[in-house]
Ligand binder design. Structure first.
Ligand code: SF4
Length: 217
């Protein structure tokens, strides 16, 4: 069945460079989604920020509601009874050119890259798609990069007890993004000599530094 065929995820180092840059400047990812609309059909609430005026002008007001816990102007768009985004029409995004930044930056390659598995019954479509991606490491740098990402993902998954309450995100998407932000801590083989408590502390420090580099909106 063609749905199960492997998809080329590209070169891991190049993908990581672009993904980390996009996380800093909200520029969005160039994801070769093709005709896949799995994330548009997975019961996601789509966050839209106040500065996304072009997007907001293309979505009917009645589909939007204030985002809980966020400053005024931040809104969410829900989904229909099938879990589909209301802007998904005839199997495609009807506002593709103006789609929210949340949609532009959604890249399910973060799961195979970090070894973190997307869970939840509403996420089956994305999970199936994510499993199809295959990165193509070509040299030793790529191989080290891939290994470090997997180690970062594994640490965040398996060593949660070393983190303070609230330091780790509660969902697998944010956990995979966190692994991408801190992967370089796992590049050095010397990381094996750091105990878990110190590594957890180092992760939180690197994360804060990464987020401090984000472009102001
Ligand atoms: S706005 Fe478009 S890209 Fe975003 S979830 Fe809806 S249909 Fe998909």
């Amino acid at each position: 069945m063609s749905d199960q065929q492997a998809l080329s995820a590209g070169n891991i180092s190049e993908w990581l460079r672009c993904t980390r840059a996009a996380l800093k400047d909200d520029s969005g990812a160039e994801v070769p989604c093709g005709e896949c609309t799995a994330c548009c059909r997975s019961s996601y609430f789509i966050h839209i920020q106040p500065h996304e005026t072009a997007t907001l002008s293309h979505i009917p007001d009645e589909l939007l509601f204030p985002a809980p816990g966020l400053p005024k102007g931040n809104v969410l768009m829900g989904y229909d009874e099938q879990g589909h985004c209301p802007m998904l029409k005839n199997g495609a995004c009807s506002i593709y050119e103006y789609r929210p930044a949340t949609c532009r930056s959604y890249d399910c390659r973060i799961f195979p890259a970090t070894g973190i598995v997307l869970t939840g019954k509403d996420r089956t479509l994305i999970s199936q798609q994510a499993q199809r991606w295959k990165f193509s490491p070509s040299d030793s740098v790529d191989q080290q990069t891939q290994k470090a990402l997997q180690k970062a993902g594994s640490f965040l998954r398996n060593k949660s007890k070393w983190f303070a309450p609230g330091e780790l995100p509660g969902n697998s998407t944010q956990l995979a993004i966190m692994a991408i932000k801190v992967y370089d801590l796992f590049l050095d083989e010397g990381e094996q000599s750091i105990d878990d408590a110190k590594m957890a502390k180092a992760i939180i420090e690197v994360l804060k530094k990464f987020d401090a580099q984000r472009d102001p909106l």
